[in-house]
Design a binder for this molecule. Structure first.
Ligand code: NAD
Length: 296
């Protein structure tokens, strides 16, 4: 596999995935610039990012637990710090799963990306080709999907999703970095809705949630049956949804609805009423402290 030395990574989005991808990189001793929106008025600048950095400290071994690791991470925002992108040879976008928001951000960041850098999205399943629509031919040839799984420090699999425009050496270089530096196992997926793992995984989650609604099964019973009883104590269906984030789960389901309306399993791709209600209340799972589990 091509030996591509990544000297610095930019991660765009310091949420559930972005913060953890950043943590994983710095634990592999790769410096990271972690971007997010500037802090809201009345809170310290970079408030969102600082909160995510606090979250990194909970990981083991704690990435900021020693000076060496702390020196490897820099926090930044899109208003003041875009020039820092020019120093990065890999840019991983991990903002919310909305095509329109990702496009808005891409317009801002594209002019600052270095000429040979790889640009990749951690989208769960949006079309990589559509995401790259506003780019010139050169940036399109350096853009692809890089789908880490949650939690990225522990989940071995990463999907790489090239488009018809992605230069083959870009996928090769990215795979080299993911396997050699981050210790991941890579599967290349086609640019189809939700790629491979989420197409299967979200189908499974939805089928279980619909059955639970139909038979009035509690969260605990379902998680016992689909978690502990299968030897996966911490990954029952509802606990997994809370860890993913219920808003993100809703977006991933919507991708199935938008792009697979005539699929033979389309009836399964309904958004469960209970999930929609929780999202409406702002109970988004682990990241807000409440979801299917009140305290997660
Ligand atoms: P999250 O909600 O935890 O974080 C989203 C981040 O996007 C936040 O830091 C927020 O400040 C930022 N953001 C929101 N709106 C923005 C905007 N308009 N412009 C710029 N930044 C904005 O989400 P997440 O779970 O980290 O998901 C990020 C990406 O990773 C999504 O594409 C998601 O589908 C994908 N993903 C998520 C999981 C998972 O289990 N959560 C797994 C794999 C991939």
């Amino acid at each position: 596999m091509t030996n591509f030395i990544v000297k610095k990574v930019a991660v765009l989005g310091a949420g559930v995935m972005g913060a953890q991808i950043a943590a994983h990189c710095i634990n592999a001793k790769v410096p990271v610039v972690l971007f997010d929106l500037p802090g809201k008025e009345g809170t310290p600048k970079n408030g969102i990012v600082l909160k995510a950095i606090e979250g990194l400290k909970k990981l083991s071994p704690a990435p900021l637990g020693n000076k060496e690791h702390a020196a490897l991470i820099e926090v930044a925002n899109y208003e003041d710090d875009l020039a820092k992108l020019a120093e990065c040879d890999l840019i991983i976008e991990a903002i919310a799963e909305r095509m329109d928001w990702k496009h808005d951000l891409y317009k801002k960041v594209a002019p600052h990306i270095a000429p040979n850098a790889i640009f990749a999205s951690n989208t769960s399943g949006l079309s990589i080709t559509k995401l790259s629509e506003g780019f010139d031919a050169d940036l399109k040839s350096r853009y692809c999907g890089v789908h880490f799984f949650n939690p990225p420090r522990y989940m071995h699999l990463v999907e790489i999703i090239p488009t018809e425009f992605t230069k083959p050496e870009i996928s090769d270089q990215l795979e080299g970095f993911l396997t050699s530096t981050l210790g991941k196992g890579v599967v290349r997926a086609k640019d189809t809705p939700n790629f491979i793992a989420n197409r299967v995984g979200v189908f499974g989650i939805l089928a279980i949630v619909h059955e639970a609604e139909k038979f009035g099964l509690s969260v605990d019973v379902v998680d016992d049956l689909t978690g502990a009883k299968l030897g996966r104590a911490k990954s029952g269906t509802f606990r997994t949804a809370d860890v993913v984030g219920l808003d993100t789960m809703g977006h991933v389901i919507k991708t199935m609805q938008d792009y697979l309306p005539n699929d033979p399993f389309a009836a399964v791709y309904k958004t469960p009423a209970v999930l929609a209600k929780l999202v409406e209340k702002g109970a988004l799972g682990q990241k807000t402290g409440a979801g299917f589990y009140k305290k997660v």
